[in-house]
Ligand binder design. Structure first.
Ligand SMILES: [Fe+2]
Ligand SMILES: [Fe+2]
Length: 272
């Protein structure tokens, strides 16, 4: 079994400072095999926000895989935005924009969906998609194949397609053919778990799409949350930890179990 702590949208600059130490303590206690952070480390891509994000990352003593979000690209500084959009991210957070984590049980690929031109919307390009699909194709099917992006591949019902990562349909066709099991994303500041079968209708394939909520004060109707995933073929369990204002700690608020069968991943019937 492998465990992944999935965090997203910390937005240093707009983080609730009270949560930082309890978050680090919770992760310490969970001792995950990997911490995946799906972007939006900062609020406005300011230097001091990146410095804070770096200090936070340095407190985590586990392997990490991180990707940038749209807020990690400067919005108002036009020179930086277009000439070196991810220079600060690469200096303070991670040089590699296509990181990989691999062990005997899982392979995790990070893809950069943040763009200068699109003001918040994200996109993948053809090369990124084919490189990632190529890598997944070479992985033994016994391992769980995971893609991490900032912008999501699925949405809760009340969101429009503008929030979906650009070229999602093309990417999903390739990733499905390469046997992708699980997509981790953020961006909406709302936690959500979907299955790709509904949106993409690819025969014989249904991957899980897990969105982590935010860890900033830019909340959209739910408290700060993060996810713990327990991955052990044929099961993936997604446990949510929510900030508890009374206990000033992250407490388990839900746990859902998904199982892989012929038609892909679907939720285990809780009544059985
Ligand atoms: Fe965000
Ligand atoms: Fe975002």
């Amino acid at each position: 079994m492998r465990t992944i702590v999935h965090l997203s949208d910390l937005h240093f600059g707009r983080v609730d400072r009270r949560i930082v130490a309890p978050l680090v303590a919770a992760i310490d206690e969970l001792a995950p095999d990997l911490v995946a952070v799906s972007g939006d480390f900062t609020q406005r891509a300011r230097r001091r926000e990146f410095v804070e994000a770096r200090v936070f990352l340095d407190m985590l003593r586990f392997p990490r895989l991180v990707v940038p979000g749209n807020h990690d690209v400067p919005l108002y500084n036009v020179a930086r935005r277009f000439l070196s959009p991810l220079a600060r991210y690469q200096r303070f957070i991670a040089e590699d924009l296509e990181p990989t984590y691999a062990d005997e049980e899982m392979v995790v690929l990070g893809l950069n969906s943040a763009r200068s031109m699109t003001f918040g919307r994200g996109r993948l390009n053809r090369d990124q998609i084919s490189r990632a699909a190529e890598r997944l194709r070479g992985v033994d099917p016994s391992r769980i194949k995971i893609i991490v992006t900032h912008h999501p591949f699925d949405l809760p019902d009340d969101y429009g397609p503008d929030d979906l990562v650009g070229r999602a349909k093309m990417a999903m066709a390739e990733f499905a053919a390469a046997g992708a099991d699980l997509f981790l994303a953020g961006h909406l500041h709302v936690s959500h778990i979907g299955q790709t079968a509904e949106r993409y209708k690819i025969a014989g394939h249904s991957a899980l799409v897990v969105q982590a909520g935010t860890l900033s004060t830019r909340q959209r109707g739910e408290p700060n949350t993060f996810n713990l995933l327990r991955v052990e073929r044929p099961n993936i369990t997604v446990v949510q930890r929510k900030w508890d204002e009374g206990r000033l700690a992250f407490v388990e608020s839900s746990a859902r179990v998904f199982r892989h069968a012929d038609r892909g991943w679907s939720e285990e019937d809780a009544t059985r």
